[in-house]
Each structure stands twice: as structure tokens, then as C-alpha cells.
Design a protein around this ligand. Structure first.
Ligand code: ZN
Ligand code: ZN
Length: 277
């Protein structure tokens, strides 16, 4: 299983010279499972991912943690949509009454293209069928987490390898939600978690649905995961601020086991002890 980060920013895309090293695109992570590639959220990071996937002949499956704009905004610009050779399976997001699909954005009003004219082959899978969505390539499961309006944590299991990706979540130690997530993530090869704030910033933003990097590190220790990536960076955190978080977090973890996610970060769970590029 190879995990790659295409967008690591939370809330809103922030391109520019101050974010050039970690990247300004919003949440999008790919999980390469051989002939199948799983996409976890399609923020603006899905735009470079789409260009990368053109011509790859991989089966594409996309799932969504929730429907905030920073997790869906890249879908209309996902290049495989406009390639008749491509096939995409979309897993619906349960909105309570029914499943929502990102194709609903392509209505000719919110975006110029209309879903009915999209040339690629799109299959829609209800969220109830999510556990079997990867077929023989692995198992996908989810856990509701603490975020305004609701959101999901993802677990991807393939062979003996386990990824737990939690794009948006406010960690409050001692709560039932926290304890459930500790068990959900326990022993994972890689935990990837919302780390939008420093703890000093979090105090003014409690209830906004995001975690400090210190709390993400605490979860990783409690769940005994092998590696941690800090994800969903605050749009006001420039490269220097993220360098500081990387430096401070390595007082709790080695640089080999904790990394502040950046665009282009690629982690092969089949390789242990590698250094990050
Ligand atoms: Zn978000
Ligand atoms: Zn959100």
C-alpha cells in the first residue's frame, strides 16, 4: 500500500510563495492498492492527482470523509472525468435521507459541465456498501468522528498493512469519541490526522472541529501506531510555521516516525524504517 499526499491544507486553498514547500492545495490523499487506486477526499489536491492518473489504467474509487468544500472542491476539475477511457466508482456520502454524490455539483449551474455529458464511466455505490468497495484489493471501514456536521475517519486494510486517515477531527481526550478512535487506530502502520493548530491556538478555537498537533501526537502514542503524519494544516500556517511544528514534534517522535505532511509526500507501508524524501 502506497499512500500519497496531493493536498494537505485545511479549510481553503492557499497557493503562493509562503506555502510553496508544504503546498496550498486542500485535502486529497491517494492509496495505491495495485490495480486500484483509492482516493480519500477530493479537495483541490485532486486536480494534480487527476492529471497524474490519466493514462494509468488504474481502477479509481473515491470516498469522502464529509462534504465541507475543502474536501470536495477538486472533483469537478478531476481530469479522468473528461476521459472516456476512465472508469470511476464513487462511494456515496450518507446525508441522512440519502446518499450524496459529488456528481451533484456538475449541474450546469455550480459548474459549467453537466454530469449527463461527462464522458468517463461512473459507477455509484451507496455508502451502505462501503466495506466491500475495494473488492479483493482490501477493506475500507469508517468511524464517525467529532466535527461540526459530522465527518468520518477512514481505515484501509490490505494484507497485513493498515492505514488510518482522519482528515477532520477535534480530539477531546476522555470522551467516548476519543476512546473509540484510539481503538479504531490501534496498532496502525500509519495514522494520518488533523493537526490544524498548535495547542496554544486551539484554546481559542475549541468547537471548530479540528485538533492541535500535540493532541494528534498524543493519540498516536495512545494507539501505539507505527508512524504518524500531521495533516490538514491551517491556511494561516506558512512554511516556516510548519517547519516549527516538524521540529517540535520530533521532540516526541523521531523524524522517521512523525512528519508534517506536504504535497508529494509518498509513504510505502511495505517499507519499514525509510526516511521521508
Ligand atoms: Zn477540512
Ligand atoms: Zn470539515
Amino acid at each position: 500500500m502506497v499512500v500519497q499526499y496531493w493536498g494537505v491544507r485545511g479549510s481553503v486553498a492557499v497557493p503562493g510563495p509562503e506555502t510553496v514547500r508544504y503546498g496550498g492545495n486542500t485535502a486529497c490523499v491517494s492509496v495505491d492498492l495495485g490495480e486500484l487506486i483509492l482516493i480519500l477526499d477530493m479537495g483541490t489536491g485532486a486536480i494534480p492527482l487527476g492529471k497524474y492518473l490519466l493514462g494509468s489504467h488504474k481502477r479509481i474509487v473515491a470516498a469522502f470523509s464529509h462534504l465541507h468544500l475543502d474536501h470536495i472542491r477538486g472533483f469537478p476539475m478531476f481530469a479522468p472525468l473528461y476521459d472516456e477511457e476512465c472508469a470511476i466508482t464513487l462511494i456515496g456520502y450518507d446525508t441522512g435521507a440519502n446518499d450524496w454524490f459529488p456528481t451533484d455539483m456538475l449541474d450546469g449551474v455550480h459548474f459549467p459541465a453537466n454530469y449527463l455529458n461527462i464522458p468517463c464511466s461512473i459507477a455509484k455505490t451507496p455508502s451502505s456498501l462501503l466495506p466491500g468497495a475495494l473488492g479483493e484489493h482490501g477493506r475500507l471501514s469508517v468511524l464517525p468522528v467529532n466535527h461540526p456536521g459530522g465527518a468520518l475517519a477512514f481505515k484501509v486494510e490490505s494484507g497485513s498493512q493498515v492505514l488510518v486517515h482522519v482528515p477532520d477531527n477535534e480530539l477531546v481526550p476522555g470522551t467516548a469519541s476519543y476512546r473509540s478512535l484510539v481503538e479504531f487506530a490501534r496498532g496502525a502502520d500509519l495514522l494520518s490526522h488533523d493537526a490544524q493548530y498548535a495547542e496554544s491556538e486551539y484554546r481559542e478555537k475549541a468547537g471548530w472541529g479540528h485538533s492541535s498537533w500535540q493532541r494528534a501526537c498524543g493519540l498516536a502514542l495512545e494507539a501505539s501506531v507505527n508512524r504518524l503524519t500531521l495533516f490538514h494544516h491551517d491556511p494561516d500556517h506558512d512554511d516556516e510555521a510548519l517547519d516549527d511544528i516538524q521540529r517540535l514534534s520530533t521532540q516526541m517522535f523521531s523524524p522517521q516516525t512523525c512528519v508534517v505532511a506536504y504535497e508529494g509526500l509518498r509513504i510505502d507501508l511495505g517499507v519499514t524504517g525509510d526516511t521521508y524524501p
